[in-house]
Design a protein around this ligand. Structure first.
Ligand SMILES: *[C@@H]1O[C@H](CO)[C@@H](O)[C@H](O)[C@H]1NC(C)=O
Ligand SMILES: *[C@@H]1O[C@H](CO)[C@@H](O)[C@H](O)[C@H]1NC(C)=O
Ligand SMILES: *[C@@H]1O[C@H](CO)[C@@H](O)[C@H](O)[C@H]1NC(C)=O
Length: 432
């Protein structure tokens, strides 16, 4: 059922979810609802130990207004009970404050965004637990949908401060209304006039599918929320690292990242970001003594607030482009609009890699990581445990790289005016 395949190449037009898919989706939502109410009660009692001494109840109205500062004149979709509960939960303080009461000034916040692949998430979390310096930072896990098994994995983390947030407008938690599907919605290639149904088709004539639009919505909601909404991070000027539920992180990732960030101003003034992996996800790097500047990749990318503001300024480009993948939208609309090449600085060996299900990816080299029955075939070498970048190296620039760029028309899947508006609302909900 997964439509998330965040590879730089090999993207396909969206898969349509049939009746059975919707039925399963709705069942999952209903079951989640039940589990959620149980778990919220549990979390409540557990949370009082790290809440600031008070016994605040999650249902207290004022929690939301205190820290998220969301604008109320913005026309967001009507929330249901799950959506409201999740939004309130976003205000709980990070866990493990007792173990890690303060963070170093220059820490790099890590945001891990996930949907529903618990066996993958376990691998990612396990890999993070071995990252040197992980205990110096805040890990934010952003969830698209509510899944008890995913929660359990995150709740068990003890190796750093950890905060969970849940996209309150995820299509996955709206079983019968927008951003989910409602009974009046057009489907597939319906003609809206003929069928008297609601929706605008994409450039290929297809109507929206919530499962497909959810990825781009989640990414954009998460970006806006961590930079401009959460009280833990909205003052954070420095870098934030973004990773996904199918990215294996090597033990040297955090120290490499810190060094790259430090080197960036001097080594590469045209670099907007720092990457833990090459843009071409099929390689693990050149392995030679050099730094590299190339297009921003979608595995382990990290940038600061200055860059976020530039991205946020291009909200309309992001939200109106008829392309359901956030990364292809960035490459073909947002970055080209900055006016100069957008480079990202990285080392010669990956300290993060994408893994998939064994046997499902074709056309990729043997060095591709994959997962079977909960264990991943990634070998961590001794070199992956220590900083693998030298400040004395020069930077090699990759110019004229292949891939999505300005002029690409989009794979579609993002033609509905309601999705455009929701996306724009996410960009303005924390602003005056
Ligand atoms: C983080 O972990 C390292 C090594 O595991 C340890 O030496 C250090 O004291 C820890 N720091 C914090 C803030 O917990
Ligand atoms: C953030 O990064 C950009 C791009 O590397 C840089 O120009 C800018 O000075 C940085 N901002 C801060 C506050 O460090
Ligand atoms: C994975 O599990 C299935 C069934 O539990 C088993 O048949 C298969 O051999 C396992 N594969 C590996 C690689 O362990």
């Amino acid at each position: 059922m997964s439509v998330s395949a965040p590879m730089a190449s090999g993207k396909k037009p969206p898969v349509r979810v049939g009746i059975l898919g919707r039925f399963i989706l709705i069942s999952v939502v209903l079951i989640s609802l039940l589990l959620l109410s149980i778990s919220l009660n549990r979390t409540n009692s557990a949370s009082s130990s790290y809440a600031t001494g008070s016994d605040e109840n999650i249902h207290d109205e004022h929690i939301v207004s205190v820290s998220l500062h969301r604008q109320h004149n913005i026309n967001l979709p009507k929330q249901n009970e799950v959506s409201e509960m999740l939004e309130k939960r976003n205000d709980l303080p990070p866990r493990n404050l007792d173990l890690y009461p303060s963070l170093p000034k220059d820490h790099v916040v890590i945001v891990l965004y996930v949907h529903n692949r618990p066996q993958y998430l376990k691998v990612v979390v396990e890999s993070l637990s071995h990252v040197e310096g992980i205990n110096e930072t805040l890990l934010i896990v952003s969830h698209d949908g509510y899944f008890e098994e995913m929660n359990k994995i995150v709740e068990a983390i003890r190796f750093c401060q950890v905060k969970q947030i849940f996209a309150p407008y995820s299509p996955h938690i709206f079983p019968d209304s927008f951003p989910g599907v409602s009974s009046q919605d057009c489907k597939d290639k319906d003609d809206a006039n003929e069928k008297k149904c609601v929706g605008n088709p994409d450039q290929y004539g297809n109507h929206r599918s919530p499962k497909i639009v959810s990825l781009k919505h989640h990414w954009w909601w998460m970006m806006n929320t961590v930079w401009d909404g959460l009280k833990e991070t909205k003052q954070h000027l420095g870098h934030i690292l973004f990773i996904e539920e199918d990215h294996f992180i090597f033990p040297n990732a955090y120290r490499n990242l810190q060094l790259l960030i430090k080197l960036k101003p001097n080594k590469c003034s045209s670099c907007y970001a720092v990457n833990l992996a090459p843009w071409d996800v099929k390689t693990r790097g050149e392995g030679i003594e050099s730094l590299f500047a190339e297009r921003m990749g979608n595995i382990g990318y990290s940038f600061n607030r200055t860059v976020w503001k530039k991205i946020h300024n291009k909200a309309e480009k992001f939200c109106y482009f008829d392309e359901y993948n956030w990364d292809i939208t960035m490459w073909s609309q947002v970055y080209p609009s900055f006016g100069s090449p957008v480079y990202s600085l990285r080392g010669p060996t990956s300290s993060a890699i994408h893994f998939g299900k064994c046997g499902l990816h074709q056309g990729q080299g043997d060095n591709n990581a994959c997962i079977d029955n909960g264990s991943v075939n990634v070998e961590v070498q001794n070199d992956d445990r220590v900083v693998s970048i030298s400040p004395h190296w020069d930077v090699f620039f990759y110019d004229k790289q292949a891939g999505y760029k300005a002029g690409f028309q989009g794979w579609g899947g993002w033609g509905d005016a309601r999705d455009h508006q929701l996306c724009l609302n996410f960009a303005s909900m924390y602003h005056q």
